[in-house]
Structures are given as C-alpha cells and as structure tokens.
Ligand binder design. Structure first.
Ligand code: TXA
Ligand code: MG
Length: 325
C-alpha cells in the first residue's frame, strides 16, 4: 500500500472519509482523546482488518463510536445508571460497556465474542461530522500498532501506520490526549474497567455511589493486560534523579536537572494539562539516542490516576499476553 494520504478534516475530507468507510475501507480519525483507526462496525471484514492492521489479539474487543444515546440504544441495552452517565458525559470521553441487543448489527468480532459492546459518543467535531455523514457505527481503537504509544496527532498515525492505512483525517492535536474512561454498566454494580480522560470521582459523583474497581484488569476488560502503551526506550517512573544519558519527562515547577533532554508535562502541576501532553511528549522522547526515559512523580489525583495507570503499564515486565492494543 502507498503511504497514507493526510486529509484535512473539512467538509471535503469528511465526505471522502465517509465514502471510504462505506466501502469497507479503514480511515484514521481524530477524536478528543486519541486518534482512532476507524471502520464500519457492522462490517465483519472491516473490523477484522482493524485487528490485522494493529496486530491486535482477537480476544481484545474494540470501542464502537456512535453519535448519541439514541444511536447507542439501537445496539445495546442501557441501564438507568448507563442512561444517567450518558446524559452527563456524552458526547465525551466516556465508554460504556453494555449488553448487546439480540439483533445487534455490530460485528461480533468488535465485541470479541462477548455479549457486551463498548459504546462511546465522541465529542470531536470531525468525528461527529463523519458519524453523521456515514450513518453507521464506527469501530475505532487507538490508531497505533498493538503495544505502541497512542497517537494524539495525525503525524503520529502517519509515522506508525502510514504504510498500513490509506487515509488519515487530520483534526489537529487531541484535546485530552489520553483514552476514554471505560465503565462496565452491564451489571447492577457499575465497574471502572479503564481509568481515562474523565476522572473516576466525577463518574461516582454522577452515580451517587462508588464504582466497583475489581474490574480493572484483564478479567473484565480484556484490553487491560500489562505492557501496554509501551515506548521502545525503557521508562522508569517516580524518578528522583536523572542520568545525563536519559531523557526526562518532568512534572511541576522544579524539573530535575541534568537530563540529556527535558519535556515538562505541566509546569504548573496541572494533571489535566499533563494528560493532554502525555502521549505526545512520550512520542518525542522515545528515541534510541537516550538510554531511557525518567518520569518525575505524578500525583494520583484527577487525571494523574489515568497517567499513572498508563505509566505502570509501560514499565511492567513483559509477559505472555503483551501488546494487546
Ligand atoms: O479514547 C478512546 O477510548 C479511544 C478513541 C479512539 O475513542 N479508543 C480506544 O479504543 O482506546 P481501544 O479499542 O483501544 O480500547 C478499548 C478498551 C480496551 O481496554 C478493551 O478491552 C475495552 O475497551 N473493551 C472493549 N469492549 C469491551 C467489552 N465488551 N467488555 C469489556 N471491555 C471492553
Ligand atoms: Mg489503545
């Protein structure tokens, strides 16, 4: 395949992307979290190609993007809790795992054979315009090869998947820069499956009670295996000093001195700003001229929780189930 064409996310670009999607062709698209590798979720072949292009194991289900709650309930049952969460956070970076209807048209492969489907209504105007135009649900995992960093700019997608996709829709840098929060609302006991761009305490405030967290991990969310989001250069977290051969991912007003190169996630110590910069800065420091990337301590509050989760996954020792998505 020739190198991917990067299309501007204007009306013409969206019309072209929509035509490709309707032909069963994959298109990389912007969302407010990260770029997604999108295909028609009702087309088994397109969905299979997503797994193939990403080299993603088939047991790891995909997120399906819809325009709104009305579209979501055509595919799955939304409990009272689910309706409340969708009302509060959609469109936006919240994914709800809900039971599929018996006649659900979404490819079983997108659900990896489970009886549930992960649904989200994205807020990015380009993603929304595409959903409106192509009139079908879009399966879209992050547009990176399995186990690599998630892309937050069109250029990241071109660098990682440029030989594997024909078209990338450019919607600028992603506002949140970290994936959506995934909540399982398929039981009476909503559970946090993946910390993400909406902090868990906001979701708990909306529900009026705590989320079960026993769900975090491979058991309830197949994509949560260790060794995810990994840069190629070794990474170490909670660094208190840095070597002159290392890159430093700093946080806060007093970065450690002495690194070969330093990028600061947030000079003011703002975890939301840090999340937006996180993958983009890791992409820039993931360079073999450094012996490693040292990351300063990120506080476990607000979006710091999701950042710490991604960092832990990037540093965890290899295991048999590495590189899920
Ligand atoms: O921000 C995002 O969510 C991005 C953008 C592109 O929307 N998408 C994304 O999708 O991160 P993906 O496919 O890389 O992540 C899907 C996550 C995985 O952890 C997966 O295991 C979980 O959602 N998941 C999907 N379907 C599920 C299901 N039926 N039951 C449990 N977990 C599910
Ligand atoms: Mg991913």
């Amino acid at each position: 395949m020739p190198r991917a064409v990067v299309q501007t996310g204007d009306d013409a670009g969206i019309a072209q992307a929509s035509a490709l999607i309707r032909q069963g062709v994959l298109v990389a698209i912007p969302t407010e979290t990260v770029y997604g590798l999108a295909g028609d979720a009702t087309d088994d072949r397109a969905v299979a190609e997503i797994f193939e292009v990403k080299a993603r194991p088939l047991f790891n289900p995909l997120i399906v993007h819809v325009l709104d709650r009305e579209a979501a309930v055509r595919h799955a049952f939304l409990s009272d809790a689910a309706v409340r969460l969708a009302g509060a956070f959609w469109p936006g970076p919240l994914t709800l795992v809900a039971p599929r209807h018996r006649d659900c048209q979404i490819s079983r492969l997108a659900s990896a054979g489970l009886d549930t489907v992960a649904l989200r209504a994205p807020a990015h105007p380009v993603a929304r315009a595409l959903l409106r135009k192509c009139e079908r649900p879009l399966a879209a995992p992050s547009a990176n090869p399995a186990g690599r960093l998630s892309p937050t700019e069109a250029g990241h997608v071109a660098a990682m998947l440029g030989e594997r996709v024909s078209s990338i829709l450019d919607g600028g840098p992603c506002r949140f820069g970290i994936e959506s929060t995934v909540v399982d609302v398929s039981t009476d006991d909503p559970a946090l499956l993946r910390p993400g761009a909406i902090a868990a305490d906001e979701i708990e405030a909306c529900l009026g009670h705590a989320l079960a967290t026993a769900g975090i991990g491979p058991a309830r969310s197949p994509g949560m295996q260790l060794r995810h989001y990994a840069p190629r250069v070794p990474i170490r977290i909670d660094a208190e000093r840095v070597a002159p051969t290392e890159a430093l991912l700093a946080f806060g007003p007093t970065p450690l001195a002495g690194a070969a190169e330093t990028l600061n996630l947030s000079l003011t110590g703002d975890t939301t700003e840090a999340a937006a910069n996180f993958f983009a800065m890791l992409h820039r420091l993931d360079d073999p001229r450094f012996t490693g990337i040292a990351v300063m301590p990120i506080p476990a509050r607000g979006l710091g929780i999701a950042i710490r989760d991604r960092l832990r996954r990037a540093t965890e020792a290899d295991d048999a189930a590495r590189h899920p998505d």
